[in-house]
Write a protein that binds this ligand. Structure first.
Ligand code: SD4
Length: 335
């Protein structure tokens, strides 16, 4: 065993002790180091098999959902559906809001946020990471192979290096050109408009009734260096409750974080709201509390039984819905 792996396991054991984790939880956290711990809780199917479905934000959600269903057909589960969809969009250098090609912060650095969560409540997240093409996959490693939920910045990058994940330049000539143009005026106000709001949030229900969700983004364009949005925050940019449903957010993260938006959507479903009612109420909470002329936030959710809801403050938010036989791009309601 390598020295860093040994130190990691010692530290993880300390954390597990401090958290009061019993042997079963400890075995799950150290799954990769313990060959006898073969069954991850996620792999235990829930009792009902269901019709699989996947919803993802924005136009690029169409291809992401196709990739998700491909992963399902190849024997994957809901988490694999999420990761497959994210991988595709993160690698698309034409997209200006996710992974490679994302618009940089005001100092010219592309910094990424991502998270993932499953129906058992497992969650992993990375924020403020640079030079990593697939932050959502790194978040999945955090979830599955460390005792933590969230790693940030240099620490997350160090973990990626330990995993052998190669680094790469994420700033494309197209994004650099846009940044240079923005610098002519350097307007630091974090406004979400048509150009800078294409974070992908993904929710999947597999054929065993297991829900999972993910969210990955380069965040608000030209943000302050070090700014982290809602997208990697469990409960804000994403939340999954295996009993009721999952939700994800897009738009200005500050408004979503202040209202713990995705958790709110799921909790409303838990209390009897339909997926659509839950998204509407969460948007209305924001509209009641803050000025919304220049503010866009949209929620998308997927109920445990396959119901879908989506609602935004302003028009323009759309999402892709795939349920195995049919796939469509749908305009969300707003206001
Ligand atoms: C953020 N919520 O960093 C992200 C941005 C976004 O669609 O969703 N854009 O605030």
């Amino acid at each position: 065993m390598s020295k860093s792996r040994r130190i990691f396991l010692q530290e993880a054991a300390l954390v597990a002790g401090a958290l009061g984790l019993g042997p079963a939880a400890w075995a799950r956290f150290t799954r990769s180091a313990n060959p006898s711990a073969k069954v991850h809780p996620f792999d235990i199917p829930t009792p009902e098999a269901t019709t699989p479905a996947m919803v993802s934000t924005w136009n690029h959600g169409m291809l992401a959902n196709d990739a998700g269903f491909e992963a399902l057909r190849s024997g994957g589960n809901a988490l694999d559906m999420i990761e497959a969809g994210a991988l595709l969009v993160e690698s698309d250098a034409e997209g200006l809001s996710v992974g490679v090609g994302g618009l940089p912060d005001r100092d010219g650095h592309v910094t990424l946020d991502a998270c993932i969560m499953d129906h058992t409540g497992n969650a992993g997240s990375v924020c403020f990471v640079q030079g990593i093409e697939h932050p959502l996959s790194l978040a999945r490693h955090v979830m599955e192979n460390t005792p933590h939920v969230m790693l940030s910045g240099a620490g997350a990058e160090q973990y990626a290096r330990e995993l052998g994940i190669p680094t790469r330049e994420l700033l494309t000539p197209k994004a650099e050109k846009a940044w240079n143009k923005w610098r002519e005026e350097s307007n630091y106000a974090p406004v979400i408009n048509r150009e800078n709001h294409d974070t992908i949030g993904l929710l999947a229900l597999d054929d065993q009734g297991r829900l999972a969700g993910g969210c990955t983004t380069s965040g608000v364009a030209y943000k302050m260096h070090g700014r982290v949005g809602d997208s990697p925050i469990i409960g804000a940019g994403l939340y999954v409750d295996g009993e009721f449903g999952g939700a994800t957010a897009t738009g200005l993260g500050e408004a979503v974080m202040r209202t713990v938006g995705s958790f709110l959507v799921v909790e409303l479903m838990r209390n009897g709201a339909s997926p659509q009612e839950a998204c509407e109420e969460a948007v209305h909470r924001i509209m009641k509390r803050m000025p919304t002329d220049d503010l866009q936030v949209g929620y998308l959710d997927l109920g445990k039984n396959g119901g879908v809801g989506a609602h935004a403050i302003h028009g323009g938010f759309n999402y892709a819905h795939h349920h195995g036989t049919q796939s469509a791009l749908i305009d969300a309601t707003h206001g």
